[in-house]
Each structure stands twice: as C-alpha cells, then as structure tokens.
Design a protein around this ligand. Sequence first.
Ligand code: BDR
Ligand code: CA
Length: 304
Amino acid sequence: MKPIILDVDTGIDDALAISYAVRSQELEVLGITTCFGNVTVEEATRNTLVVLEHLESEVPVIAGAGKPFMRTPTKGSTPHIHGEDGIGNTLKGLPKRGAEEGNAVDFIIDQVKRRPREVTLITVGTLTNLALAIRQAPEIVELVERVVVMGGAVTVPGNVTPYAEANVYADPDAADYVFRSGIPVTLIGLDVTMKTLLSIDEMDRWRTKDSTLGPFLADMTEFYMGAYERFYPGIGGCALHDPLAVGAVIRPDFVRGDRMRLQVNLDGEALGRTTGMPDAAGSVTVCTEVDASLFLEHFLSRVC
Ligand code: BDR
Ligand code: CA
C-alpha cells in the first residue's frame, strides 16, 4: 500500500477524489488535510467529514490554511460551481465527528519525517498547506516520495481567467514557492484533466446503487455538471480534475509528461499562469497526455 496524504478544498470533484482514494486498496490514506479554496477551510473540513461519513471511513481529517500564503484572498467561494455548501447543496446536517487536534502543516511535516521517502502528497486545492510546510521544515523537500498536484494549465488556457487554473490562481505565491522549492512534483493540470469526462449517463447509474453513497455523489455531481453545461454548452458531463490526481498515484501509467522548470505569474493580467520551460533536471513533471478511457474505467470501478 502506498502511504498518501490528500490535501483538499472539498468541493464536488474533491469529494469524488476522496471517495476514489478511500475505496482504493493500493492506497493507505494517512490523513486528509484541508484548506480554503472552493469554500472556506471550515466548510472544506466539514464537507470532508461528511463525505467520509458516507464512505464509513475513519480516516483522520486535519484542518489547515484559511487564507493564502502571502497575499489577501483573490478568489472567494464558488457557489455557482460547487453549490452554496460546496457539495452541490446536498448537505443535510453536520458530521458526527470533528477534525483532529492540531493543524495540517504540522501533520504533513510529521508524517513525511516518520516515513522518509515513502509518503506521497496529493494536493487538489491551493498549495498553501504545502508551501507553509516547506517553509517551516525545508528538509521535507528531500523526504517526500513525491507530490502530485492537481493544478495549473501549462499548454492550455485557464479556467478562472484565460491564463490561470483555479487552484494556482487562488494562491499563486504558494504554487510558485512549491514549484521553486525543488520538491518532486507531478503536475496534473488542465492539460490532462480537461481530456477526462464523466458523462451524465455514467453518473446517473450511481443512483441505482443500494448504498446512500451512490445517490449522494450523483446529486452533487449533477449540480457540478450543470455548471459545466453553462461554461461548455453541449459537453454532456464534467471533467474529473481532482480524481485524476488520485488515479495518477494508483496507476502512474494513466498519464505521461515531461520534466520542466515551472514559473507562476505573480501579478498583472496573467496572474496565476503556469509557464513551463523544458529542463531535464527540472523538479516538475508536467503531464500532457492521459489515457482517459482507462482512467475513467478504473475510477468507475472504485467509486460506486
Ligand atoms: C480545480 O479547481 C477546483 O474548483 C476543483 O476542485 C479542482 O481542484 C480545477 O481547476
Ligand atoms: Ca479541489
């Protein structure tokens, strides 16, 4: 089993990524850390616990950053994409358990140090918790197995501005800090995630499953698909951004990329743009190819 920490801003596709990770026996989920992004960090923590309750999972949840690494927030909540509650308006009540004591940054540092070169960190929200962890304990750069980041748009347009992808745009300084730190990163950006598609028909099949998980995930995903339809008329489904980062850890052969040095625009019109320069010694592997049908089949076999 691969030990992982999943860092989330739950969010609908985060909920799908959590389900995929928890339902995959190849992964040992050491903990799920939360940050602001799609929603506030408090809402992300609550939503994560709600999703885990549906999964009947006791994986620890540790709350993290509520604001960007350096600047005042540039991105608020996204009710038009993820609903008022962040999970497609499916929230029925508060989760039965709460988050663990302590904070996400200390948890990441502690887990990585306990198991040198074993722990993979999967980030599917802003890179704030990881940037704070590297600043506090720079030695973790050498001690993680690697970091798989859902974020960025290197060869394709952005999704919040023509240049920037949402997770990088919400905290560009954190992303820049992480990419410059030398920590080994596999970048799962819009370059590959926009090539994945969960169709309305596939999502609808979840409703017929006997557990409460299927209808719960279907209801929130239907909301997300509604947003997709407004942004990309006729698309007939939604991209699986955050789940692909999990998939790429279970099956690295789902994606392929090239080593690069990555830069993030920190001001101006192109704020949050990720620019890659080919560099065989670069610390970031930017994925540009994905076997989308193999990944989708695997994801569906694990979730619902
Ligand atoms: C990313 O932004 C968020 O809205 C999603 O959860 C995903 O992590 C896609 O750009
Ligand atoms: Ca996310």
